[in-house]
Design a protein around this ligand. Structure first.
Ligand SMILES: [Zn+2]
Ligand SMILES: [Zn+2]
Ligand SMILES: [Zn+2]
Length: 292
């Protein structure tokens, strides 16, 4: 059986090592390799559904020995380029001598949906040669409303507001997902420190799996007080509050992803969460990690 749920990428905006960077985290990744190397965040739920296909999807498919040929549904958290890359649609169209039989469905929430008209269909270079790859036979854009639940194949998806914005979007979409086996997952990239409404909404649920961001893995480092991303202080404060609220407990599988080379490396981050005095258990995600 296909082992589906897998992190395709776990970095934030820059991969680790970052091509222009000689910091100690990037230099360590160049030497050690393995879990210390991260490409941009992307996640596969199953053979047909993925969340976020950013700038590295082609390299990730090659590296993982996987392919996107059967993917029918793409959920996007927001349109920052580390999460959303329209070149996927072009590659899909040209992949075969035969045109694709079905359009891939692309889900965007609220303001993010305006990206289609404001950027994709308004940029002459993108619609060169009539923009065949952006036409309905190849891609169908679907608008989702926050706090509404949708059935996509055999999963249920509810987008909740994240405290993260782009030039177009007031809020990122974080996805509460009921998986086909009944487990409940919350995929929260890029979330920032959760909005009050989001904490409240999540009080009604007990998560089996939480995928959260730890963009700046340091205390009082670059991300200290960053309103749109989390460092270790805000990340731990979020987890503490989710635990207090009963949204997570000792059994919840918590994975941190969307990690920059701004503080601890993978091994140091693992050690930090091993030694932290909390009842919940945190795993540090890495590229290629499967969730069973
Ligand atoms: Zn991001
Ligand atoms: Zn670096
Ligand atoms: Zn972002």
């Amino acid at each position: 059986m296909y082992k589906p749920m897998r992190f395709w990428g776990t970095s934030a905006g820059a991969p680790i090592p970052a091509p222009f960077c000689k910091c100690s985290v990037c230099e360590n990744a160049r030497i050690v390799g393995g879990k210390e190397v991260r490409l941009r965040s992307a996640f596969r739920i199953d053979k047909k559904i993925m969340i976020d296909i950013g700038q590295d999807f082609a390299a990730q498919a090659i590296r993982l020995g996987d392919d996107l040929s059967e993917v029918e549904h793409l959920l996007f958290t927001h349109t920052h380029s580390d999460h959303f890359n329209y070149s996927m649609f072009w590659l899909r169209l040209i992949a075969s001598a035969e045109p694709p039989k079905h359009a891939v469905k692309v889900y965007l929430t609220d303001d993010a949906y305006s990206y289609i008209d404001k950027v994709l269909y308004s940029t002459p270079l993108l619609i060169d040669k009539n923009g065949e790859y952006l036409k309905e036979k190849n891609v169908e854009f679907v608008k989702l409303e926050f706090n509404h639940t949708y059935k996509i194949n055999d999963i249920e998806v509810t987008p909740l507001r994240g405290a993260h914005h782009t030039a177009l979007e007031r809020n990122s979409a974080n996805y509460l997902i009921k998986l086909s086996d009944g487990r409940l997952m919350y995929y929260a990239l890029d979330s920032g420190y959760y909005l009050d409404d989001t904490f409240e909404y999540l009080k009604n649920f007990k998560l089996d799996i939480l995928v959260g961001e730890c963009t700046f893995p340091s205390i009082g480092g670059e991300g200290d007080g960053c309103p749109v991303h989390m460092d270790l202080t805000s990340c731990t404060a979020t987890l503490d509050k989710l635990y207090e609220n009963g949204t997570i407990d000792e059994q919840t599988d918590i994975y941190l992803s969307h990690i920059e080379a701004k503080g601890m490396n993978h091994a140091q981050l693992e050690e930090y969460f091993t030694n932290i005095d909390r009842k919940y258990n945190v795993k540090i995600a890495y590229d290629g990690l499967s969730i069973i």
